[in-house]
Design a protein around this ligand. Structure first.
Ligand SMILES: [Zn+2]
Length: 196
């Protein structure tokens, strides 16, 4: 923190509290330390800390979507379950480079246990349309993490990508299956190491 060279910085690994025993004489918690080191606000530091520990992936609060919009989406999902005799399994959130949600890919299983998907793009007013009607840009899964990394694993499907992320890897997949490359994806990976 003060560009010192002596061994005067201590961290308690149980609670993350740190202290400079030299010039600063200051103490920090994880957030205030990250904010001080990066020069960012505490809010931005929180986002960075969550990213570092791999906890920001699918949490709705990080998506910039209102509770109201999420309630509408939940209602749509319930309708699909009833009409299509499907059971909802999980949601995969496709975010833009800014981290904001662009569309949600909802995973269902049918009566035979076969997986099936429905996608919804969020509109400017916070409602939902099909991505085709809304005209969303082509995105890779977990795009903000991909853009921030120098190396990533390109895997088959969101389930595998999330599993890889839980293991601490930067992972991505194509939104419509592994054989559906869109030339627009190239710019996201250009110059990086991509493990297939
Ligand atoms: Zn110091």
């Amino acid at each position: 923190m003060h560009d010192g060279e002596g061994p005067n910085f201590t961290v308690d690994p149980k609670n993350g509290l740190s202290h400079c025993h030299s010039q600063c004489g200051q103490g920090w918690n994880i957030l205030s330390l990250e904010a001080a080191l990066s020069g960012k606000s505490t809010k931005e530091a929180l986002a960075d800390v969550l990213q570092i520990i791999g906890r920001n992936s699918s949490s709705v609060g990080q998506l910039g979507v209102s509770d109201w919009s999420m309630e509408i989406l939940t209602k749509r999902i319930r309708e699909i379950e009833e009409k299509g005799k499907l059971r909802h399994v999980t949601n995969y959130y496709y975010r833009g480079a800014d981290g904001n949600l662009v569309w949600v890919k909802c995973r269902f299983v049918d009566e035979n246990g076969e997986k099936t998907f429905r996608s919804f793009a969020i509109t400017k007013r916070g409602s939902w349309r099909t991505p085709r009607k809304e005209g969303v840009p082509p995105l890779l899964y977990r795009l903000p993490e991909v853009l921030a990394a120098e190396e990533e694993d390109l895997v088959n499907g969101e389930e595998a990508a999330d599993a890889g992320a839980r293991l601490g890897r930067v992972t991505t997949c194509l939104p419509t299956g592994e054989c559906n490359w869109n030339p627009e994806f190239t710019k996201f990976l250009s110059g990086k190491i991509v493990n297939l």
